[in-house]
Design a binder for this molecule. Structure first.
Ligand code: ADP
Length: 296
């Protein structure tokens, strides 16, 4: 499935990351392909920036984030990013369209994923001709029925909503089925006062999904603890009495599941484990379940 947004910075990569973690935590084998030429961010999200991509006969091997753990019901998570290949060539990618399309085509066909339940593709933001050609390449390279569809990300601000309308029209134009809309940055999990407030208002994503007659998958608040987890490797920790969607997030720490001090290590293989303590995890668990049900 494809994660799209008409606008950069709405949280497309964060959503891709969390969908991947949630699918893997519920036992699926997951791959993430990052074709965002404008700024590949998956290596940073998964803390595998220094990973070396191995060439094998017939293609490239994706980089493992973590392996299968059958005891814990966790499926393997692997990632391949243009970022690995662009490294050392200067980050500003100034290739012209045809070269990009050729690169992306090769990228889609030459990664040796092997068996996998779900492949998430993080695409560049926008709806230009270049994006249309990327979408067409995707559809052409995939086997029939293999592209389950697109998850479209928006934020509650009106501008982003107008932009994402373009993205939904883009899906119609390129015949990519829309799995659903996610409204990101809807509300704020305050790190100090145990409250979740709506800072941008709410409802834009839901209204837009209704207008386009596509499913609305959910609203994701801003949680600075998620950013801390990605940036520093710190296990999420919330003040006493933080209740989000009826779940108390300070309790997990009291009962000692993660100890009383938050663990700080940027070991990529521990990311999914630590993410279990994040307030956004139950929201994404539900969204991932809904997606699995809808795409089969
Ligand atoms: P995009 O891929 O659309 O450019 P990113 O996923 O990189 O956007 O998000 C932009 C910034 O916002 C990142 O620093 C990310 O950590 C932060 N961010 C996105 N969603 C959330 C969220 N729900 N809570 C906290 N921070 C978020």
């Amino acid at each position: 499935m494809n994660v799209l947004s008409g606008k950069g910075g709405v949280g497309k990569s964060s959503i891709t990351t969390q969908l991947a973690l949630s699918l893997s935590l519920s036992g699926h084998s997951v791959g993430v392909l990052d074709v965002d030429l404008t700024g590949p961010s998956m290596p940073r999200m998964f803390n595998i920036e220094d990973a070396k991509v191995t060439q094998a006969p017939g293609g490239w091997l994706p980089v493992p984030v973590h392996t299968t753990n059958s005891d814990k019901g966790v499926g393997q998570l692997r990632c391949m990013s243009l970022g690995f290949l662009l490294r050392g060539r200067g980050d500003a990618v100034v290739w012209r369209g045809p070269k990009k399309t050729a690169m992306i085509r090769q990228f889609l066909s030459d990664v040796l994923w092997g068996e996998m339940d779900y492949l998430l593709i993080d695409t560049p933001p926008g709806t230009s001709d270049e994006h249309i050609s990327l979408a067409e390449t995707l559809l052409k390279e995939a086997r029939p029925g293999q592209v389950a569809g697109a998850v479209v990300v928006t934020t509650p601000q009106a501008v982003a909503t107008a932009d994402v309308r373009k993205e939904l029209n883009f899906c119609v134009k390129t015949s990519i089925p829309v799995i659903g809309v996610i409204e990101n940055m809807a509300g704020f999990v305050c790190p100090n006062c145990a409250e979740c407030t709506d800072i941008f208002g709410k409802g834009g994503g839901q209204v837009m999904a209704n207008d386009f007659n596509v499913p609305f998958l959910g609203r994701i608040p801003i949680d600075p603890q998620f950013v801390m987890l990605i940036e520093t490797g710190q296990t999420p920790e919330y003040p006493q009495g933080t209740i989000i969607n009826g779940q108390d997030f300070s309790k997990a720490l009291q009962s000692g599941s993660s100890g009383s001090t938050s663990e700080v290590t940027k070991d990529a293989s521990l990311l999914a484990e630590k993410y279990r303590d994040c307030s956004l995890e139950p929201i994404f668990r539900k969204i991932a379940q809904d997606i699995v049900t809808s795409v089969g």
